[in-house]
Design a protein around this ligand. Structure first.
Ligand SMILES: [Zn+2]
Length: 210
């Protein structure tokens, strides 16, 4: 599994002797990171938080799609397949049409609703600032402008669903009108996350795995 140490030693090391990266170097880092996260899953929460500094919302969309192509759940921390693997030879327009009209379309990208939500929550926090402008992003002393939080952690800290919804409303993932719907959604998701936790008891905080 992909770890912070691996990202540093394999991807970033050639660039650590200078602070300002060239456009070409930035592109190389981006491509290598996405390649790594297609061939391996992120090892732990620490890795998820670390890679956030290299990603834009758009990069994350690309990553989800690329992972789906190799039959991996879009959420990089997950080691399962998406619930419904799409036929890669299917008509793209038809697939998009089906996606738009199917309330369970997220299952073609994620293993569960829980990971769909975790993914949304993560992506929302990513910066839109181009990687090139994040000077020193590849160095150890870099301070990211936002500390990304994972939904799994948020749920561990505050299992009160109402509290959670308030958080999501603030993040604009929910609005007043669909509060009830979201509440139902989150109850389902909590059930989902509990299942994920039982199957993967070490998903958070286990830094020893590789
Ligand atoms: Zn998953």
């Amino acid at each position: 599994m992909a770890t912070v140490e691996e990202i540093k030693s394999v991807i970033l090391k050639p660039y650590t002797n200078h602070r300002q990266l060239t456009i070409r170097e930035v592109e190389n880092i981006s491509v290598s990171l996405i390649e790594l996260l297609i061939t391996k899953d992120a090892s732990d929460a620490k890795t998820m938080k670390y890679i956030a500094r290299f990603l834009t919302k758009q990069d994350y969309d690309d990553l989800v799609q690329e992972r789906n192509l190799v039959k991996r759940c879009g959420y990089p921390l997950c080691h399962r397949s998406q619930a419904r693997v799409r036929d890669p030879f299917a008509d793209r327009q038809m697939t998009n049409f089906m996606k738009k009209n199917n309330p369970y379309a997220y299952l073609t990208e994620f293993c569960t609703k829980a990971h769909y939500r975790c993914s949304q929550y993560y992506q929302f926090q990513l910066s839109d600032e181009a990687l090139f402008s994040r000077v020193g992003v590849h160095l150890d002393d870099y301070e990211p402008s936002t500390e990304v939080q994972l939904l799994e952690e948020a749920l561990q800290k505050e299992s009160d669903i109402k509290e959670m919804i308030r958080g999501m409303t603030e993040l604009k993932l929910a609005d007043e009108e669909n509060k009830d719907e979201i509440e139902k959604d989150i109850s389902e998701m909590l059930a989902d996350i509990k299942i994920v936790e039982v199957n993967e008891p070490n998903i958070i905080g286990d830094l020893a795995r590789d």
